[in-house]
Design a protein. Structure first.
Length: 408
């Protein structure tokens, strides 16, 4: 009888497995998971080199896992069972102290070769941008993961990742050593007892973004940062359950989301993806209330390009290369720039040189990357190509010899 039960279990498992593989093969690829607030793996391109070094199989396995039918439901069910069994790490999430759910960082899971390539891409961009706009006008903020800063909230067995080697490689490749390459982990550790990260989400809170803004202004000497009491603080949500929560569904206190208002975040014009979405506000409270993700109150969504026009009247334009963390940071910068151009290379591949050429008034450059998003990004090659720069494609260097040779 036991043998029949085992055979039946194996048959059911095989039917489910191969039915899902067939489903993945015929149904449209799902690009994004609302539940996890991330892009899902796309089907990898086959090559003999990738096949024989094992990279193709690894990426294809990740593709099948991400495209599994009813994946969000299976993730939810799996998480609930693991919690009931008493585990303290569920679906890659540590069940931390004080209600904190903290995404783990499996160092085996990231591609070290990809990380090294991204370091080269970013250092090339920073060096070229410094030549174009002046090294005093270029800065880079490396935003730490929650697990790095809130290590005291972790279970005793939890492993904390170490990214200093990556940041050192980046600094070593920078031509001008006085360019700010700031690892905010050092700053955030001084504020670890404050509400600088959401309990149920991987993002920093608005207070965390404020400390990043304060550090940026202090280190660059661009201007003196405002004190906290300068801002009018508005709590817009008290029921936020973020993407980390949705991996495990652990009962915990919901997060709250605050806006830090200044006189300069009111008179703005926001243009996303060349007019696809337009607004006179940096905040989208109603849309976030009606959506899955409350964090979308900050600039609505992740997209390739966002232009923000302000009434700062400083004659300065900021080029900001970023990920979703910067959506919460940018309101602090609106009083210092007439225009802010935000570019997220997870959602587009236009060469950065073409973007620089499109905006000849760029005066300052800021990179703000979360360390995990940075090392995992497979679309950063375009930031190393600054070839067109601020030079118009329609303007060629005058060659006197060729000009006179053209006459008979």
């Amino acid at each position: 009888m036991l043998r029949k039960i085992r055979l039946f279990t194996i048959i059911v498992f095989c039917v489910i497995l191969y039915a899902d593989i067939l489903t993945v093969a015929v149904r449209p690829v799902k690009e994004y998971s609302d539940m996890e607030n991330r892009r899902l793996a796309a089907k990898p391109e086959f090559s003999l080199k990738r096949f024989f070094n094992g990279k193709y199989q690894k990426k294809y396995e990740k593709y099948l896992g991400d495209q599994f039918a009813a994946r969000d439901k299976w993730v939810d069910i799996s998480g609930r069972f693991q919690v009931l069994s008493g585990k303290k790490d569920v679906n890659g999430v540590y069940i931390g102290k004080d209600g904190y759910l903290i995404d783990g960082a499996d160092e085996i899971d990231y591609d070290k070769e990809q990380a090294d390539e991204n370091v080269t891409y970013l250092s090339t961009f920073l060096n070229d941008a410094s030549d174009m706009y002046g090294k005093e006008n270029v800065s880079c903020l490396i935003i730490p993961q929650k697990i790095e800063v809130l290590s005291d909230k972790l279970p005793e067995f939890a492993a904390v990742p170490e990214y200093n080697g990556i940041i050192k490689k980046l600094k070593d490749k920078i031509k001008y050593k006085n360019i700010l390459i700031d690892n905010l982990a050092d700053v955030f550790s001084d504020h670890a007892d404050e509400y600088i990260y959401y309990r149920t989400d991987h993002h920093w809170t608005t207070l965390g973004a404020y400390y990043a803004y304060k550090r940026l202004m202090e280190q660059t000497n661009w201007t003196k940062p405002h004190r906290l009491d300068y801002y009018k603080r508005e709590k817009v949500f008290t029921d936020f359950y973020g993407t980390t929560y949705n991996k495990v569904h652990i009962k915990t206190e919901p997060d709250s989301i605050e806006l830090f208002h200044s006189p300069y975040d009111e008179n703005v014009y926001v243009n996303m993806d060349d007019g696809e979405t337009e607004s006179d506000s940096l905040y989208f409270a109603e849309e976030a209330k009606n959506s899955f993700n409350r964090y979308n109150v900050f600039l609505l969504k992740n997209t390739f390009k966002i232009e923000i026009d302000t009434e700062a009247d400083t004659c300065k334009t900021l080029l900001l290369l970023k990920d979703s963390f910067a959506n919460c940071l940018v309101p602090f910068l609106t009083e210092y720039y007439d225009k802010i151009i935000m570019i997220d290379y997870r959602y587009g591949k236009t060469r950065i040189g073409d973007i620089m050429n499109e905006y000849p008034d760029i005066s300052n450059v800021l990179v703000a990357f979360n360390i995990e998003k940075f090392i995992q990004n497979t679309d950063l090659a375009a930031i190393a190509d600054t070839s067109s720069g601020r030079k118009s494609d329609t303007m060629e260097e005058f060659d006197a010899d060729s000009f006179f040779d053209s006459f008979p």
